[in-house]
Design a protein around this ligand. Structure first.
Ligand code: NAD
Ligand code: UDP
Length: 339
């Protein structure tokens, strides 16, 4: 069976993708430097699939380490998740974000070429669209200047991949622009693991639901939306994981020197209040929250037109917003007794 290299595979999306790959019989080799994940992910993955993923501790920015991994395994595709991802932190540590996110990608591109590995799936983000003028956003929607160094690393990474392929590199790539990944494997045994106080909505909600945080601060209710709170296209992490496998299958039939770009979202936008209403269905008392100022840098609303991924990748999400909130809550409960 084919071996898939998953960089950042002990992280949030990488661990869920490893699970979906293993369920389909792929061998997975994970590279991670554990800078934003816990080694426990490996046993959690195994507890769900019954399969041990091969783990290589190391840094994708270390080219000789990467070269050794490509020598050691017969890799057929690379799914490159490893990156720093905290928007706020990227503003205070831009060099660290540019060097980690860009050097890791360039090392992957050079090393895969050297070892004649053809397929790359890259994690990009809907952040490249900024606040779009027209919704929903298609892959043709104009990109806006990034409003954080993190967002800029995604735009530059896309350009690096495209320039490399246009230069005649003998590889194929799919760039996936994720909307808002949330939720957890339906087993409830693995999920997102934010460090410290969560910046993102869903882990803040689940921590508040369990009393770890006093109340959720809702950042603004004066947006031009139905209830005034901001709208995002939340996508269940296991649905997102499966989009990578669809992308890999799609690439297998393609010639080299080829790339394509896909939005990965459900196509449905939910406001912050709608997400709160969803989690409330699973709580004995309503989630405490307080409306506060808008968060600087936030956009008002965005959701995807995912029809290109639906049609060309033959990928469809299956989980609802209630599946997203309930699975995230189940994971938060599990985590608190598994520490
Ligand atoms: P994560 O932080 O949970 O996972 C990333 C993993 O990469 C971590 O385990 C970290 O330890 C590892 N890592 C980072 N730099 C590394 C390096 N140089 N060498 C080896 N390992 C390294 O993040 P995630 O949410 O799973 O995100 C995965 C990818 O998806 C990232 O590229 C992220 O930018 C992108 N993305 C995430 C979101 C989101 O909301 N989670 C949205 C859009 C795009
Ligand atoms: N949000 C909020 N309170 C929080 C965290 C987030 O009201 O504590 C809102 C945020 O303003 C945005 C939405 O929830 O409208 C999603 O935010 P998140 O940080 O999860 O994702 P992103 O901003 O990257 O879309």
């Amino acid at each position: 069976m084919k071996t898939i290299l998953v960089t950042g595979g002990t992280g949030y999306i990488g661990s869920h993708t490893t699970i979906e790959l293993q369920k389909l019989g792929f061998n997975v080799v994970i590279i991670d430097n554990l800078s934003n994940s816990d080694i426990k992910s490996l046993e959690r993955i195994k507890s769900i699939t019954g399969i041990e993923a091969k783990f290589e501790y190391g840094d994708v920015c270390d080219k000789s380490f990467l070269d050794n991994i490509f020598q050691k395994y017969e890799i057929s595709s690379i799914i490159h998740f490893a990156a720093y991802k905290a928007v706020g932190e990227s503003v205070s540590k831009p060099i660290s974000y540019y060097s980690n996110n860009l050097i890791s990608l360039m090392n992957i591109l050079e090393t895969m070429t050297k070892h004649s590995v053809k397929n790359l799936i890259f994690s990009s983000s809907c952040t490249v669209y900024g606040q779009p003028d027209i919704l929903p956003v298609t892959e043709e929607t104009e990109l806006k200047p990034a409003n954080s160094p993190y967002g800029n690393t995604k735009k530059i990474s896309e350009d690096i991949i495209i320039d490399f392929i246009n230069s005649g590199a003998d590889i194929r790539a799919v760039i996936l622009r994720y909307f808002n990944p949330v939720g957890a494997d339906m087993s409830g045994k693995i999920g997102e693991l934010p460090q410290g106080i969560p910046n993102n909505l869903m882990p803040y909600i689940t921590q508040t639901a369990l009393g770890i945080r006093e109340k959720l601060m809702v950042f603004g209710n004066d947006y031009n939306t139905n209830d005034g709170t901001a709208i995002r296209d939340y996508i269940h992490v296991s649905d997102l994981a499966n989009a990578h496998i669809s992308a890999m299958n799609y690439l297998n039939d393609k010639p080299t020197k080829f790339y394509d770009i896909f939005n990965v979202g459900t196509g449905e936008g939910y406001s912050v209040m709608q997400v709160i209403n969803s989690i409330n269905k699973f709580l004995t008392s309503p989630l405490p929250y307080q409306i506060t100022e808008r968060r600087q840098g936030d956009i008002e609303k965005i959701w995807a037109d995912p029809s290109k991924a639906n049609e060309i990748l033959k990928w469809q999400p299956i989980y609802s917003i209630d599946d997203m909130t309930s699975s995230a809550l189940n994971w938060e409960k599990f985590l608190r007794q598994d520490k």
